[in-house]
Design a protein around this ligand. Structure first.
Ligand SMILES: [Zn+2]
Length: 167
């Protein structure tokens, strides 16, 4: 960086600012996307009736790295955390319920990192979706407090395979 001319650095800075402006959220799944609808939602090869619910776009990236999951996603944008003033209405939960009730989703997989807040969120969302579809949650091969995004691909794949239906 220091060896580059001022113009070069300026050009790079401008490009970065432009890139940041262009990245928005997919209007269907709320994953990061430069387009109104993201690559995953537009991909015809993905299973449309399987939906994986995650807290954060970074979790989508982690799960995509496993190359095992073929369904679609829904990003909540966080977890329910009353201490931080985050209630269900601050998250993309209503759009999720609408999606599941309209799209004939066969299964929703809740893949939220294990923590007290994650658990609250899993239970809350699970109860909301149960009237519409089968709801499963990923297996806790993941340690409590362990972040989905830092789990290796084998652990994540096992967690997905070992998913079970919520009560
Ligand atoms: Zn999308």
């Amino acid at each position: 960086m220091l060896k580059r001319s001022e113009e070069e650095v300026q050009a790079l800075a401008t490009a970065l600012v432009e890139a940041k402006k262009q990245v928005g959220l997919c209007r269907v799944c709320f994953h990061l996307s430069a387009e109104p609808v993201c690559n995953i939602c537009r991909n015809q090869e993905r299973l449309k009736d399987l939906l994986c619910v995650v807290a954060d776009p970074r979790d989508v990236i982690a799960l995509e790295k496993t190359r095992e999951y073929k369904g679609l996603y829904h990003v909540l944008g966080g977890v329910i955390s009353p201490m931080d003033g985050i209630g269900p209405e601050q998250l993309n939960i209503q759009p999720l319920v609408r999606r599941v009730s309209q799209d004939k989703t066969k299964e929703v997989i809740l893949a939220i990192s294990p923590s007290v807040e994650g658990e609250t969120t899993t239970l809350y969302v699970g109860q909301l979706l149960k009237p519409f579809t089968k709801v499963t949650r990923i297996a806790f091969g993941l340690p409590m407090g362990g972040d989905l995004e830092y789990a290796d691909e084998v652990t994540l794949t096992r967690a997905m395979e070992g998913r079970r239906e919520i009560e």
